[in-house]
Ligand binder design. Sequence first.
Ligand SMILES: NC(=O)c1ccc[n+]([C@@H]2O[C@H](COP(=O)([O-])OP(=O)(O)OC[C@H]3O[C@@H](n4cnc5c(N)ncnc54)[C@H](O)[C@@H]3O)[C@@H](O)[C@H]2O)c1
Length: 449
Amino acid sequence: MNYRQWSRRQFLQHTAGAAGASLAARSIWLEADPITALPRSAPSDRVRFGIIGVGMEGTGLLSTAIQLPGIECVAACDLYDGRHQHAKEIVGKPIHTTRRYKELLDNKEIDCILAAVPDHWHKQVVVDAANAGKDIYCEKPMSHSVNEGFEMVAAAQKSGRIVQIGAQRTSSVLCAKARELYQKGAIGELCLVEATMGRNDPTGAWQYPPPPDLSPQNLDWDTWLGTAPKKPFDPFLFARWRCWIEYGTGVAGDLMVHLISGMNFVLGINEAPKRASAFGGILRWKDGRNTPDVHCVLFEYGNIPVYVRLSLDSETPEVTRFMGPKGIIELTEFGVSFKPQAGIDQSPSYYVASFPQKMREEYFSKWHQEHDPKPGEALTSESVSYRGPSYDDLQPHLWKFFQSVRSRRPVYQDAVFGNHAAIACHMANESYYRKSPVTFDPGNKNIEA
Ligand SMILES: NC(=O)c1ccc[n+]([C@@H]2O[C@H](COP(=O)([O-])OP(=O)(O)OC[C@H]3O[C@@H](n4cnc5c(N)ncnc54)[C@H](O)[C@@H]3O)[C@@H](O)[C@H]2O)c1
């Protein structure tokens, strides 16, 4: 069974693909990069991994990773015993399972780690893995706070281990095509970016059903809480941790981090925004959560405004638009298009409607003399659209990680890149909670009001 087959994204891809067939008559299909054999290195041509956290996303990571050639899972760790059984079912052969991730870090048979634990555990798992000499793929957003992010960067740099963060867009052919168009100057000087997405269903708003048998007997609840404030066992908190800032990072860290990582990749940005100003609220899902279900953020990257709109209250397509005087590159979930714009007057200025008749006619006549194209020289423009696999492209992203584990070549979405994307999310949250604009000071490594 393919455990990702019922994922939100695949469902949307299926329906969008069906709808798009009649709409996108002149689109170009982009092929995913081929999965070729791993570079070989003695003593084994296999890469053996252990996984920490086999919940919703860990399920997808594990079932995707074991389908890659030369990649093998040898151990799985989770604090909930039900997920030990689940991991064995996915792998389909005996593997070591445990509640203690340090057993995986001490296991010499394991080359690298995949980690899909809640956000408040990312830092500790990454730092421990790097210090134990293990390469690690850790889910997004990289950190739960700005301080943690810098601690993770330091651990990655000191240990020299490969650390890849799991915002898959940087490995998607769609983002690569948008990046190529941008780098070729398709839109001219970038003037504005806007990125939007919205959901409208309880599951999309994180109201997940807890496993019915969950209990303090089969879950190590104290360890699950980690450094968060102590609380009595709560199965809803276990399943819906995203709703609370003590464990998650809100829609900013859960969803916007994908938009920001994709944007940074397309534009070649590897820095945090200078400023952020956010507005929003808990307008619909009043279930006790403390993170906003509508979050609108205006960032300043260099001198470029970047506007992001996230909602769990109304469904809207995921779109990122890169805008400049020569046109717009539009990146959607299953396609990228370029719509050129001339950026010049194509008819006399409508301002002259305010001129008296004689003056207006003289202006028209001069305008046409100077601007009308000679026969055969009229400007034409053609929009191009490319369709392809989803931009949240997990398989190539995992493959890049495993290739780097073997080749020791650096990954694109390393700890520094992941930290910059995560800082944008923390700024969005800080501004929302403080109700004031915030800036990021790279010198002090601080968010300031
Ligand atoms: N890249 C993506 O598209 C994507 C999609 C969904 C989730 N995610 C990310 O994946 C991470 C996990 O999310 P999820 O939805 O799978 O959460 P989840 O709650 O479904 O699963 C997390 C699992 O981690 C286990 N766990 C927690 N702390 C642990 C520890 N210290 N040691 C061992 N196991 C531990 C829990 O018991 C649980 O089974 C999050 O950071 C989330 O942001 C990424």
